[in-house]
Design a binder for this molecule. Structure first.
Ligand SMILES: [Zn+2]
Length: 423
């Protein structure tokens, strides 16, 4: 790894401290990739010659973002699953490294992969082999799914408790440290039923309980009311999508918000990953030219309903985490900032949207003592901006400096003295 070993002091008039959730002038001392003291700015002048002091002036310094839901092996093209099935694993591994690097350069210093082949876990088993610095990776490995269920081609098919335990054990032996259950079918996998729960309640309970005992983050894919209900009752750390899909008489999936089930989610302690921004660039094009797809009006109407339902759940006090499902159809790895933009459009304040990608996401990954804050003892995962990104959340897409575990991976301006692999 390109771990920085030098002593670095970053001085900024605007260091994001959360809690309390405001900028303060600070000298941030960094050693061995970890934040040490947060000193008054005047302390920088007293540091010994072994310290490199970088004055960022008014440039805001914020913690690196966390994206809790991506699929590194996917291509983000219009047909990612067809490519997944066609490509040998060696090619998918190369693709995944590139995708992880794109995430890092866009300011995402921690990434959870929510479903991959077993072979992709080489990324976390052999970090010494990475050709470039990558974000911190939390891998789920092959998601647990019923026979022929959602994303079964990743290798995690399991119908009985014994088969489920075997999938979990194999994943952990290969480096997985997140447990992902496919609690319903998925629109991406032909022949699966998004509107139905895939497993009985005791399976949801078993997987979430296993994760709790092993102190691993648990995550469940739930698209329909009954699967959301089971995921909440099992108290998964995060509930993905929560689409409330019901099949209508014409055979199409419609969102039917259920306030009673949403109440269960609120009371469960689970966080929700809403991926509002997934495929939104393609949807915006469709809004301009609805003739491009026969069901354009249905797609756009369901998107608007999703935003409306998000607002309802937000008003109920349900906590959300940032995730994008990057890699799936038309959802590039550079677009984590777009999720923050949509979280704000859906009703969050800019600070709440940032927390979904920092404090809340770190808690959902059981990493809240290591990442998500600028504080002593936390990883030096840091972003530098020319202008305040909290004034305009799309600015999160373009940090001028990115530091991961103390290594400078992207830099211009005052940080440009050192970079692990300049381009
Ligand atoms: Zn996904």
């Amino acid at each position: 790894m390109h771990q920085s070993t030098e002593k670095l002091c970053l001085v900024s008039r605007r260091v994001w401290l959360d809690p309390p959730g405001r900028y303060e002038p600070r000298a941030v001392l960094i050693e061995q990739g970890v934040i040490g003291e947060l000193a008054p700015i005047s302390a920088a002048a007293e540091l010994g010659p072994e310290w490199r002091v970088v004055d960022l002036g008014e440039r805001p310094l914020l913690p690196g973002l966390i994206n809790t839901h991506v699929h590194l092996e996917f291509s983000a093209s219009s047909r990612p699953l067809a490519e997944f099935e066609k490509e040998p694993v060696s090619e998918r591994l190369l693709r995944a490294i590139g995708n992880a690097r794109v995430l890092l350069e866009s300011g995402v210093t921690t990434v959870r992969d929510c479903g991959s082949s077993l072979e992709l876990l080489a990324l976390v088993r052999r970090p010494d082999l990475h050709p470039v610095t990558l974000p911190r990776l939390v891998m789920s490995g092959p998601p647990i799914t019923i026979t022929r269920g959602h994303l079964h081609m990743m290798g995690g098919e399991a119908d009985t408790i014994a088969e489920i335990d075997a999938v979990i054990q194999t994943g952990r032996e290969h480096g997985a440290r997140s447990l992902k259950l496919m609690g319903s079918g998925g629109g991406m996998t032909p022949g699966t039923l998004p509107e139905s729960a895939a497993y009985p309640q005791f399976v949801f309970d078993h997987v979430a309980g296993h994760a709790r005992r092993a102190d691993l983050p648990s995550v469940v894919h739930v698209l329909a009311p009954e699967s959301i209900r089971r995921g909440a009752l099992a108290r998964f750390d995060s509930l993905e999508h929560c689409a409330f899909f019901v099949r209508n008489d014409q055979g199409a999936l419609e969102r039917h918000f259920d306030p009673a089930i949403a109440g269960l989610v609120r009371d469960s302690g689970s966080r929700v990953m809403a991926n509002l921004s997934t495929a939104t660039r393609a949807l915006e094009r469709l809004r301009q030219d609805p003739s491009a797809s026969p069901d354009a009006s249905h797609q756009l109407q369901q998107f608007d309903l999703m935003i409306e339902n998000f607002g309802r759940m937000l008003a109920m006090g349900i906590p959300f985490v940032c995730g994008t499902d990057a890699g799936v159809r038309d959802t590039p790895f550079s677009d984590t900032a777009l999720e923050l933009v949509w979280l704000e459009r859906g009703g969050m304040s800019p600070v709440e949207a940032l927390r979904a990608a920092t404090l809340e996401a770190a808690a959902a990954l059981h990493l809240d003592r290591q990442i998500g804050r600028i504080a002593p003892g936390y990883a030096a995962d840091l972003l530098v901006f020319d202008d305040d990104p909290l004034e305009r959340l799309d600015r999160f897409a373009a940090p001028v400096g990115v530091m991961a575990r103390g290594a400078i991976v992207k830099a211009s301006g005052p940080l440009a003295f050192s970079q692990d692999n300049p381009r």
